[in-house]
Design a protein around this ligand. Structure first.
Ligand code: 13P
Length: 249
């Protein structure tokens, strides 16, 4: 069976005090879970988060990183800096990075290469915009996002890839893809990977759904055979909601 994963992308939310409070609450209340649980606080709070979660099963991810080893990239963070503080997972390709910071497939392919060279695990996000779905192009958009950023990888490198399908129209809007829409796309993603690689890669990779996952819709979405968990935004900022979503899996 594939690993099931629930990850919380905190985005630009929670200062240090708030981060410590939410982590304590989560540590106390998270149910025993066979799923992996990951939180991704903002960069400035990553080191303290790793320390606070030292004896916890909750893992820590960064929300982004630069592709270069080091150097004159003001405001950026390298893979080595993350590894040095104990962060071994990174979210790449989030639609907010693509939309507001101009990250395209070519740049993401470089980031992916760097993260994998450093033996980090990647939660790779992708998904279509509303217009692309309305015009029936959602499958081809998703296929090209995957192809351009990931299909140059060797089979063995896929062991460190977690996919997160996040339709842009469902992020932070309260509008969720229906469980059927999620399953349809996840099955398409798996088939696309199978065609490019083989069954082993396609069946082995975890594909998370992201986009307005809440306690009241998580169980149904997670029940779909090709949905292996969720990448949660807003609902990951409240202990009760995030805990309920982990329980749903
Ligand atoms: P919401 O759960 O707030 O829609 O955000 C989803 C997301 O972008 C996770 O990365």
């Amino acid at each position: 069976m594939r690993t099931q994963i629930v990850a919380g992308n905190w985005k630009m939310n929670k200062n240090l005090d708030e981060t410590e409070i939410l982590l304590s609450e989560l540590s106390a209340k998270l149910p025993d879970s066979t799923a992996e649980v990951i939180v991704a606080p903002t960069f400035v709070n990553l080191a303290s988060t790793v320390r606070q979660l030292q004896n916890s099963v909750i893992q820590v991810a960064a929300q982004n990183m630069h592709f270069a080893e080091n150097g004159a990239y003001t405001g950026e963070i390298s893979a080595d800096m993350l590894l040095n503080i104990g962060v071994e997972i990174v979210i790449l390709g989030h639609s907010e990075r693509r939309a507001y910071f101009g990250e395209d497939d070519a740049l993401l392919a470089k980031k992916v290469n760097t993260a994998l060279d450093k033996n980090m695990r990647i939660i790779f996000c992708f998904g279509e915009e509303l217009e692309e779905r309305k015009s029936g192009n959602h499958f081809s958009v998703v296929e090209s996002q995957l192809k351009n950023a990931l299909f140059h990888l060797d089979q063995s490198q896929w062991n460190n890839i977690i996919l997160a399908y996040e339709p842009v129209w469902a992020i932070g809007t309260g509008e969720t893809a229906s469980p059927e829409q999620a399953q349809e796309m996840h099955a398409f993603i798996r088939k696309t990977i199978k065609d490019a690689y083989n069954d082993e890669v396609a069946e082995g990779v975890a594909i998370l759904y992201g986009g307005s996952v809440k306690p009241n819709n998580a169980a149904e979405i997670f029940s779909k055979p090709d949905v292996d968990g969720g990448l949660i935004g807003g609902a990951s900022l409240k202990c009760d909601d995030f805990t309920a979503i982990v329980e749903a899996i």
